[in-house]
Design a protein around this ligand. Structure first.
Ligand SMILES: [Zn+2]
Length: 378
């Protein structure tokens, strides 16, 4: 079958209940669509995470589309079953409709249209993981390692995440904030509340510490980024008694940071503050556990992002905004080696009950992706 219409492929993908880490045949459906179009398909499972890399042609420029076939769990009370691919009044329903099986189908349809005009200049590839909504350890990162080892790194990469707040063409993401989680535990000396001189209450210095951290202006934002934000997410003591000074107190926090900082620089800042506020007579040293789930990045190549924005504006008539907001995405891994930006469907229903995309939007996104291929590979 011809794939120049994205709707049948989007429906076929939505009918696979590919909740991370399940695949349920989604990537085989994609491979079956790409192979007859001339793509060489590599299935690259790592630790049972399904991944796929497919490339058509070997020349440069090499334009890569990146995305994921896995979805978050559907939850309850859908108006149509979440894995049925039902269409009602021109709207396609299903978990993954906008995040992001719809965009994958649109890109394949754009490729079909592009190839109908003859073999392309350069080459086109798809980097598809089944582990974006999960831990993301055996997905895009591992495929990129394989691509690098096999001489398959692209010149440009477009990630098809849903970037538009309200209408297709609103917004391109040209970077993302980083994210750091920290758990801080201060240890004091347990004792009777009526005899505080015989104890050291760890809650009091923890409050002072958190107050200092939340009161610090880490930066005031940049041209492309919002100011870095620190949010305390929990304070845990677990003390059941009202006459006991507890032995320890724990707090958790998250920092969403821009490219003025790195995970390491923020960790060093936290470490210094924790050590300064830790009770000197604590039974144990204060602990600080940090995990950096993503570093901040910005695609500084304005030539690339201007060309993308131009292709979008040519189809929609509106110049998209360049933005860096929202959560992390797999673009953070791709940015280490390749010029990358993100553009996909409207994100209003992603991860929600009744996730959906209008058929008109699917076709509009296909038109835009086809224009992007024309501009980059003409
Ligand atoms: Zn997504």
């Amino acid at each position: 079958m011809s794939h120049s219409d994205p709707v049948p492929l989007a429906q076929a993908l939505l009918r696979c209940a590919s909740v991370t880490p399940q695949d349920e045949g989604a990537q085989a459906i994609l491979a079956a669509a790409l192979t007859p179009m001339g793509f060489t398909v590599h299935h690259l499972p790592f630790n049972r995470t399904p991944n796929l890399f497919a490339r058509l042609g070997t020349g440069t420029p090499h334009f890569c589309f990146a995305g994921h076939t896995d979805v978050v769990p559907p939850g309850q009370a859908w108006r149509h079953p979440p894995f049925a691919g039902a269409i009602e009044d021109g709207v396609l329903y299903g978990r993954g409709a906008c995040d992001m099986k719809g965009a994958i189908a649109a890109f394949v349809a754009a490729c079909a249209r592009h190839l109908a005009k003859g073999p392309p200049r350069g080459s086109i590839s798809l980097l598809i993981t089944g582990d974006e909504e999960g831990p993301a350890t055996d997905g895009t990162v591992r495929v990129l390692e394989w691509m690098e080892a096999n001489g398959q790194l692209p010149d440009f990469c477009l990630v098809g995440e849903p970037t538009n707040p309200a209408a297709i063409g609103d917004m391109i993401k040209i970077g993302r904030r980083g994210s750091l989680n920290a758990t801080i535990t201060l240890h004091g000396v347990q004792g009777h509340v009526a005899y505080p001189h015989r104890a050291h209450n760890p809650i009091h210095p923890l409050i002072t510490l958190l107050s200092e951290l939340t009161g610090t202006v880490l930066d005031t934002g940049t041209q492309h980024f919002e100011p870095t934000s620190l949010q305390v997410t929990s304070i845990d003591v677990g003390n059941q008694a009202n006459n006991v000074i507890p032995a320890s107190a724990t707090a958790r926090l998250n920092i969403r940071f821009n490219d003025r900082h790195t995970g390491a620089s923020l960790q060093a800042w936290l470490r210094e503050a924790v050590d300064r506020h830790a009770p000197p007579h604590g039974a144990r040293q204060a602990s600080l556990d940090v995990t950096v789930s993503g570093e901040a990045f910005l695609t500084a190549d304005t030539g690339f992002t201007t060309r993308l924005a131009g292709a979008i504006a040519q189809v929609t008539g509106v110049q998209p905004r360049l933005d860096t907001g929202g959560g992390t995405s797999d673009a953070r891994f791709i940015a280490r080696t390749t010029k990358v930006a993100e553009f996909g469907l409207v994100g209003a229903t992603m991860h929600k009950t009744d996730e959906c995309v209008s058929v008109a939007d699917l076709r509009l996104l296909t038109d835009i992706y086809a224009q992007i291929l024309r501009d980059f590979l003409a």
